[in-house]
Design a protein around this ligand. Sequence first.
Ligand code: GLN
Length: 275
Amino acid sequence: MNIAQSLQRAQTLGLARIDAQLLHLTALGRDPHDRAWLLAHDSDALPEDVAQRLDDWLRRRLAGEPIAYITGFKAFFGLNLQVDERVLDPRPDTEILVEWALELLPPNTPHRVLDLGTGSGAVALALQHQRPACAVTAVDASADALAVASANAQRLQLPVQCVQSHWMDELPGPFELIVSNPPYVADGDPHLSALTHEPLSALTSGADGLDDIRLIIAQAPSRLCHGGWLLLEHGWDQAPAVQALLREAGFVQVQSRRDLGGIERCTGGFSESEG
Ligand code: GLN
């Protein structure tokens, strides 16, 4: 079988064209973004070992496993992150959280930044990469997740400090900025059936999905500097609830930002209390 036939077969079996291309490039040891290479090598024969690996990968993809777990990598904000089933597969929508955080972090300023529930380290590492002068701390309650984040920090040579903690329990602060993409899906949400490969502890948070967001908002004022911001990613319909929780906790200039699909996906405000 040649490359073109193998790509066609993958699509016939139900894979998206982009996923089929990515899996082929990775199995062939090429740059996963070099789709031009695939076109130029249409008629090359697929080596037997590569064909076998692709068969296995195809089966996994068709069973719903995220592409990132199969290839072991995910691109996020210009960084190549190593990911596996110990952490959430980083979503492009979370880049909105990073962009907003960067607006609040002037270059060459040694702000202290905290990323809560870091998972693969995606948000913390992107911020450290863009703002080398900042002291970025990445927190996760899961030792497994933290091992993935630390390995990414080491491989990318980014000096993010990784700390195991349940939210801010072990972190006295103060911080100029706290960001988080916490679990926010409601227990029993039907959309969880499509996410069975990812750690449930990174996805769900109580009956309305807001339990962890409530805890973070309760802890944040005592950990933020005067004027320090808290930015939270949340579910598609949670912006009004998160805004209300922030205002009740004394946050000001509370506002939300839309994701790539036009959905209010991040909400934040700043704290006037002295941390
Ligand atoms: N955005 C993810 C999803 O709904 C959930 C991520 C999270 O809970 N932080 O697929």
